[in-house]
Design a protein around this ligand. Structure first.
Ligand SMILES: [Zn+2]
Ligand SMILES: [Zn+2]
Length: 288
């Protein structure tokens, strides 16, 4: 028992240290980017975002120590299930014909297609309460990518890994997909006014994703892809009217602190259920 406790503390300490290193590297890169793009204004923008950054950092460290190990186990379990139940649609040998680069590009592209639809499902009333906290950041920065509820992390990991595994992609290409989505995901959350010019028709830009986080306009129901904007154009959810300067965040009543955000889905789901029951009862009593 003592051994188990010591081992758990050691592995939590290692996870925390790894998380600090990853954070430091990203912080240096994105602070440099902010200074290059905004000059002196970068400091003022950082001060404005300080409160939201604090929440993002708390959730990031909470995730690194407690949630990431569970997600890793979940991913392993899903992959074993897909293999064990013969749910692989494309035989893995097929990918050998397109070579390593072809496989990597195909995995990122097809992975983005699946994540586009998974993200749309996260915006439905059923999954919105667990996805809403990602949208609650009113001062979006690269750290917003780390503001996810554990339930949202689990649904994302299960759906994405199940789809990629079913496509027969080799393990290394699935790692490439997660790396691209992670680093490119940080980049599209960065506070930079880049729209990519004509390349906006191919790739998701930071401005395009900012519209996805808009609070009071139609844009919040659009721009679901992370890497390729072609999916939003193909499925008519593309919204790019120019630079995004509208308020960001959610209309849900949610505590701005990290504890309140973690609790939010467990408050929102029963409330929604209660409201639905009440309206069903009202409808029934209206018809009788
Ligand atoms: Zn979203
Ligand atoms: Zn986002």
């Amino acid at each position: 028992m003592l051994d188990f406790i010591t081992q758990s503390i050691r592995s939590a300490g290692q996870s925390l240290w790894d998380a600090v290193l990853v954070l430091l590297l990203a912080a240096v890169a994105f602070c440099l980017l902010a200074v290059i793009v905004k000059g002196k204004e970068a400091l003022a923008a950082g001060v404005r975002a300080a409160k939201e950054i604090r929440v993002n950092l708390s959730l990031y460290f909470f995730d690194a120590v407690f949630i990431a190990p569970i997600i890793a186990l979940l991913v392993e379990l899903v992959q074993r299930t897909v293999r064990g139940f013969g749910l692989i649609i494309v035989p893995p040998e097929r990918w050998e014909f397109v070579g390593a680069w072809g496989t990597a590009v195909a995995a990122v592209f097809i992975g983005d297609f699946f994540s586009y639809w998974r993200h749309r499902v996260e915006h439905t009333p059923l999954l919105w309460p667990s996805h809403a906290i990602h949208h609650s950041d009113t001062q979006m920065t690269f750290l917003t990518l780390w503001r996810f509820h554990p339930i949202n992390r689990a649904t994302t990991a299960v759906i994405d890994i199940a789809c990629l595994s079913a496509m027969g992609f080799p393990q290394w290409s699935i790692t490439v997909v997660f790396a691209v989505r992670h680093y490119y995901g940080q980049f599209i959350h960065a506070d930079v006014p880049w729209t990519y010019g004509p390349l906006k028709y191919l790739f998701v830009s930071p401005v395009m994703h900012r519209w996805h986080h808009a609070r009071d306009v139609d844009g919040s129901g659009s721009n679901f892809a992370t890497v390729f904007s072609v999916f939003d154009q193909a499925f008519r959810t593309y919204h790019m009217p120019g630079l995004c300067t509208v308020p960001l965040g959610v209309r849900d009543e949610m505590s701005p602190g990290s504890i309140g955000q973690l609790i939010y889905p467990f408050v929102a789901w029963p409330k929604r259920l209660f409201r639905r029951r009440r309206s069903e009862n009202r409808q029934q009593s209206g018809t009788t």
